[in-house]
Write a protein that binds this ligand. Structure first.
Ligand SMILES: NC(=O)C1=CN([C@@H]2O[C@H](COP(=O)(O)OP(=O)(O)OC[C@H]3O[C@@H](n4cnc5c(N)ncnc54)[C@H](O)[C@@H]3O)[C@@H](O)[C@H]2O)C=CC1
Ligand SMILES: Nc1nc(=O)c2c([nH]1)NC[C@@H]1CN(c3ccc(C(=O)N[C@@H](CCC(=O)O)C(=O)O)cc3)CN21
Length: 317
């Protein structure tokens, strides 16, 4: 079922969902199941599976280091199919501009059709690790707007090199990213919102936000989006802080601010067990307030670890 239909069906009740990353290539999927199992009692209508960029690795060959481009966590679509089958849950693969040609994206979407995967998250993707800025892949898209356009074209039967009249296939429900604290490359929040509006005009059906730790930022963002005429569901993304290192890492990687109260609470912790507790409590407070405000879904960036998300979900769902 489409995410937008799950939201309609919930009739104002806030839903629970989460996001995972594929395991490192060569590892079994069992560990992932072990982490998902404890979350299924909270009845997520959907689970997101991220797609990782390719990266350079260095392999020794004849005493020399050889530079090779590889994906260390492939398998997004396979995992989506597996989870859908095992748990009877909708799965949402993240479809990226970076690392894929338009043809490869088309074939991925055709695979989604055969697997009856009706939802996709359309993202530009991050820059590769060694790059400072995102550079488009040859033959691929530069912005998520273009990717949304390609998916909408397919929804209308317009493939890259063929047009199929009335294919009888359903259409994809398209999720896109939104940034309450603006995307790191956007010159202003207003211009970032304009880009979001473009994605909506091109056919995006719902928004999932970047993580944030101050709900006011989310409320302001939703207010500004509504004022611009963005009227699709906006789902908040929530990340529980788990280790002290996150204080430096999260602002750096995701270009977000942390509230001083949260920083003080984390800094006062003796060990990471205490940090996890602070992170869980913060996320519970955030979630309660967001639910009170009527958000359609609370989407957790669990990234494959279930215990803190379980502790949060237990308080809310
Ligand atoms: N739920 C998720 O998985 C999320 C993923 N992300 C990640 O964040 C990164 C950015 O992805 P998206 O937001 O999808 O990218 P996007 O293409 O929508 O935006 C990227 C940047 O380009 C600007 N921009 C967009 N369209 C433009 C255009 N036509 N002309 C000029 N500038 C334009 C935007 O303001 C923004 O600064 C990706 O790495 C994505 O994986 C971010 C938030 C949530
Ligand atoms: N720019 C960007 N890229 C993404 O891939 C992305 C977002 N933003 N925001 C929304 C979701 C959330 N994602 C993530 C990814 C990793 C962690 C995370 O906490 N990872 C490590 C630290 C990061 C690192 O080492 O680079 C961790 O400690 O768990 C959280 C959310 C992926 N998605």
């Amino acid at each position: 079922m489409k995410i937008t239909d799950h939201i309609k069906k919930a009739n104002g009740e806030t839903l629970f969902s989460f996001e995972i990353v594929p395991p490192v290539k060569g590892k079994s999927i069992q560990e992932l199941y072990n982490n998902i199992d404890p979350l299924m009692e909270f009845k997520p209508p959907f689970i997101d599976v991220t797609t990782s960029r390719e990266e350079y690795v260095y392999k020794e060959k004849g005493g020399l280091l050889e530079k090779k481009m590889t994906r260390t966590r492939p398998g997004t679509l396979g995992i989506c199919a597996s989870l859908k089958h095992k748990y009877d849950v909708d799965t949402v693969p993240h479809v990226l501009c970076g690392g894929f040609t338009k043809e490869e994206t088309e074939y991925l979407l055709v695979d989604c059709q055969y697997l009856e995967i009706e939802n996709v998250m359309a993202l530009r993707g991050d820059a590769r690790k060694e790059e400072k800025y995102f550079t488009p892949t040859k033959g691929g898209h530069r912005y998520a707007t273009e990717l949304v356009e390609q998916i909408q074209n397919i929804n209308q039967g317009n493939y890259l090199h063929d047009t199929i009249e009335s294919s009888g296939l359903g259409s994809f429900c398209i999720g896109v990213a939104g940034y309450p604290e603006k995307h790191m490359e956007a010159p202003s929040l207003q211009s970032d919102l304009k880009r979001l509006k473009q994605k909506v005009e091109l056919g995006a059906d719902y928004v999932v936000t970047q993580m944030f730790f101050d709900n006011q930022k989310f409320f302001d963002f939703v207010g500004a989006a509504r004022e611009m005429g963005i009227d699709i569901p906006i789902i908040p993304g929530i990340k529980p802080i788990a280790v002290k290192r996150h204080l430096q890492l999260l602002p750096h990687v995701f270009s977000i601010d942390l509230p001083q109260d949260l920083i003080d609470a984390v800094e006062a912790c003796q060990d990471n067990k205490a940090v996890r507790q602070v992170g869980v409590e913060w996320a519970i407070q955030q979630s309660k307030e967001l639910r009170e405000a009527g958000v359609p879904v609370l989407h957790y960036y669990s990234m494959g670890k279930s215990d803190n998300v379980k502790a949060i979900a237990k308080e809310l769902f």
